[in-house]
Write a protein that binds this ligand. Structure first.
Ligand code: TXA
Ligand code: MG
Length: 341
């Protein structure tokens, strides 16, 4: 027996693990609708990658530029040989080492999914998320699911079901709630079409981790005037909807903060844990102490700040190494600074 849709109108339901939740999701996906779902990095906005109209709906919902390709998500036993035109030996080793997980791999495409997924590129980005919610959903539909992060274009990526709801309430039927995302920044995007793997977007799986398995790993740096290999990286991104300012030291942040107060504004400072005492009684958001903590907290804090602050002042973290490359990339972009890789 087929489960009934929970409602007829486009009221957005947030469903956690409960009876029939995956059957609803499957029905919506098969009907060409868009369903948001938890992953361990950020929430995704998913549609059947074989269905042109469903894929186009994602672009329309997000207000996403038509030249920014989507990642296809599959469950861990899905046969990707239907979707990709071969893979180098290092890619098989990387899959064995890091998947399911926060690593997206770009392969030559067989062109089987909708042409709108890769926006005319002859490659396809594939991700196998480790989130049990994502795995259960992907297994239930047993289809490749094209999914960008479930935020309006240029807004901060969502790390809770509530964040998705704030951007898409009334526009999508269902959000599969798996709780807060443990990773907190988007997956590493890795080009696996060349002799040596090349990172197009840094994330939780670091260059060192990839090189330790593949022997080597490059980082893509876009040359002046060149079309970016990962078009998404060319856009301003992840921005909170309040004024922002960036500084390098606590004293600078304090000066900006106090000036905004004098003007009658409500400033707030986002800084790593060790700076918090120096900021005294001021309104602060604690980014954490380790790279993993900063990755996990950054987007939730940006979304929190934009709700109340007139000015969000970010102090550039001093922490480096490991996942900080990915964190710094998002941090600079959120504060409007230009920063490639
Ligand atoms: O963690 C993640 O990757 C999340 C979750 C939902 O899986 N997804 C995500 O998707 O961040 P999105 O659309 O926000 O970012 C996808 C990035 C973009 O920078 C896009 O340009 C790049 O991946 N991309 C997608 N397909 C590509 C391809 N064939 N070649 C190069 N870059 C590609
Ligand atoms: Mg995104």
């Amino acid at each position: 027996m087929r489960a009934a849709f929970p409602c007829n109108s486009m009221e957005t339901q947030i469903l956690g693990r409960s009876r029939g939740w995956l059957a609803y999701a499957k029905q919506y996906i098969e009907a060409g609708e868009v369903v948001a779902f938890h992953t361990e990095t950020v929430y995704g906005l998913g549609a059947n990658a074989f269905n042109d109209e469903a894929v186009l709906k994602i672009f329309a919902l997000k207000g996403r530029p038509a030249d920014n390709p989507l990642i296809v998500h599959v469950h861990k036993d899905f046969d990707i040989s239907r979707l990709i035109d071969g893979e180098p030996p290092y890619a098989a080793a990387l899959r064995a080492a890091f998947l399911p997980g926060a690593l997206t791999m770009v392969y030559p495409s067989t062109g089987k999914v909708s042409k709108y997924v890769s926006c005319g590129l002859n490659t396809l980005a594939i991700r196998v998320p480790s989130s049990p919610t994502a795995q259960a959903f992907l297994r239930e539909v047993d289809l490749p699911i094209a999914a960008p992060s479930a935020n309006l274009s240029k807004h901060v990526s969502p790390v809770t079901a509530r964040h998705v709801y704030d951007d898409f309430n009334g526009k999508i039927p269902l959000i599969l709630d798996g709780g807060a995302c443990s990773g907190g920044i988007e997956s590493t995007v890795l080009d696996c079409t060349g002799e040596v793997p090349q990172i197009l977007r840094e994330g939780l799986v670091t260059r060192e981790m990839i090189a330790s398995v593949a022997g080597d790993c490059k980082i893509y740096v876009r040359r002046e005037g060149e079309q970016p290999k990962s078009p998404g990286m060319a856009y301003k991104h992840y921005s909170p909807r309040c004024k922002t300012a960036l500084c390098n030291a606590a004293e600078e942040a304090i000066a900006l903060y106090d000036r905004e107060r004098e003007r009658g504004g409500k400033p707030c400072i986002l800084a790593e844990s060790e700076l918090i005492p120096a900021l005294e009684e001021r309104e602060v958001l604690d980014l954490g102490g380790t790279g993993e903590e900063m990755a996990r907290r950054l987007y939730a804090l940006l979304r929190k700040a934009e709700k109340t602050a007139t000015l969000l002042i970010g102090v550039v973290p001093k922490e480096r190494g490991g996942v900080m490359a990915g964190v710094m990339n998002r941090f600079y972009r959120a504060f409007g600074g230009e920063h490639e890789a």
